[in-house]
Design a protein around this ligand. Sequence first.
Ligand SMILES: [Zn+2]
Length: 120
Amino acid sequence: MANCLYCQEKAGWFKAVCPQCQAMLNAIQTLGQGFSFRDMLDVLMATHAPTEKIEKFLETDIKGQGSIRDLITARMTNELARTVGQATDTDAHKVKKIREEEKKRPKIPLKPGQPDPMRK
Ligand SMILES: [Zn+2]
């Protein structure tokens, strides 16, 4: 038995993705262009997958180039930038890098009322 690429649960013989994650992949493909994160969550929840599984599905980084969540974030960032007339070329890989750097950033203890110097 192989484990599902997304949720790591048993996928079935000769299958890389379990039926529930496959249903989520199919659901995303029905969205077409210009969907919001909310739209995506709606179709994912319509597959009746548990929230926990949806989370895993969105966070899985199969090709090492960013998860589905990163892909969506990159797409929305580019769309937003275009709307305000500033084209960017953010992709899932860059979002992943930013996300990881954010995690590594040292946390400086702040005095009460002191503004965070890392925040602009
Ligand atoms: Zn799965």
